[in-house]
Design a protein around this ligand. Structure first.
Ligand SMILES: *Cc1c(COP(=O)(O)O)cnc(C)c1O
Length: 335
């Protein structure tokens, strides 16, 4: 796929490990492996670091000196963007949407918010439901007015450039599986702003593995139709950068949005039980908004027999454990 043709700034510890989960495998009746993208480094790491390598590459090619982005209050994307900016001597302006409506002190001040401030980002809060793309433009305008050269990164870093990070991750998973003699049946990931799943889908298609390795997104926000449409459109746009129009098939895009619960960033007991299971069988820290919901989905899909006994399934750990400290009042109560 020759990713070196795209500008890139190295930020992540790569390749991240692909490790077996023997105790959770036994619990779920599948051969479960984990791709440790929570270990990408960069101020706690997570899936946005891979995207930021290509986004920062593009920003630098354009001569930008300030990153501008947005997310929910406990956004991991925003934290990783603030770290990338700091590590490259750039300014960082972020807008946090009070999307969940929570007024809890830990939610508004601890976890990722504490880290954003520590990393030196300029933080501005806006009420839930604010039109965030317009807000990004306002912020970019302010940066320009102050003499800066802003580079706007959409929420979650999800555009065709950011998704290149997950084209690379798909390649990495396949190389590691070959080294381990693992025949992959499925990859499971949380899906939100869609760049992660879209990049993986485009990467699998570029390797002609899109029919053989099933890719499942577990939605954390939008209903199924909208989520699949977002993933599909972005996967197509991502493949287009390789002049491979038409290789992504709509039938290969699966998003299961049955595990969102009450809404984005809202935690139910099923999520807390998934957090507990991962922690207590494998010593693994998942997060309440994304990877914990994805694990809740994976557990249920196993119980429903979506995977056959012994299927080799890779769970992509997209990170987010730093957000646990923004949810102490909610998660702590359910332990
Ligand atoms: C952003 C995020 C996701 C979702 O990835 P998208 O590319 O936005 O779909 C999953 N897990 C964590 C921890 C995240 O921060």
């Amino acid at each position: 796929m020759h990713l070196a043709r795209f500008p890139r700034v190295r930020l992540a510890h790569l390749p991240t490990p692909l490790e077996p989960l023997p105790r959770l495998s036994e619990e779920l009746g599948i051969d479960l492996w984990i791709k440790r993208d929570d270990c990408t480094g960069l101020a706690g790491g997570g899936n946005k670091t891979r995207k930021l390598e290509f986004l920062l590459g593009d920003a630098m090619a354009q001569g930008a000196d300030t990153l501008v982005t947005q997310g929910a209050v406990q956004s991991n994307h925003v934290r990783q963007t603030a770290a990338a900016a700091a590590a490259h001597g750039m300014g960082c302006r972020i807008i946090l949407e009070e999307r969940t409506g929570s007024k809890a002190h830990d939610y508004l001040a601890n976890g990722n918010v504490l880290l954003d401030r520590l990393l030196g980002a300029e933080v501005r809060f806006v009420p839930g439901g604010t039109l965030m793309p317009a807000e990004l433009e306002i912020e970019a305008q302010r940066a320009r007015a102050a003499g800066g050269r802003p580079y706007v990164i959409p929420g979650g870093g999800s555009n065709p450039i950011g998704a290149l990070g997950y084209v690379d991750c798909a390649r990495e998973i396949v190389v590691q599986a070959d080294e381990l003699d693992l025949k992959l049946d499925a990859i499971v990931t949380a899906t939100g702003s869609a760049g992660t799943q879209a990049g993986l889908a485009a990467g699998l298609a570029l390797m002609n593995l899109h029919w053989e390795v099933r890719l499942f997104g577990i939605g954390v926000r939008a209903p199924r139709d909208r989520q699949e449409e977002m993933v599909f459109n972005l996967a197509c746009a991502t493949a287009r950068q390789f002049d491979r129009d038409g290789i992504v098939h709509r039938e290969c895009i699966h998003a299961n949005c049955d595990y969102v619960g009450e809404g984005y960033g809202l935690v139910d007991q099923g999520v807390i039980d998934a957090l507990k299971l991962a922690a207590r069988t494998e010593g693994l820290l998942l997060d309440p908004v994304y990877s914990g919901k994805a694990m809740k989905g994976l557990i249920d899909l196993c119980r429903k027999g979506v995977f056959e006994t012994g299927d080799t399934v890779v769970f992509l750990h997209t990170g987010g454990a730093q957000g646990l400290f923004g949810y102490e009042s909610v998660v702590g109560a359910g332990l």
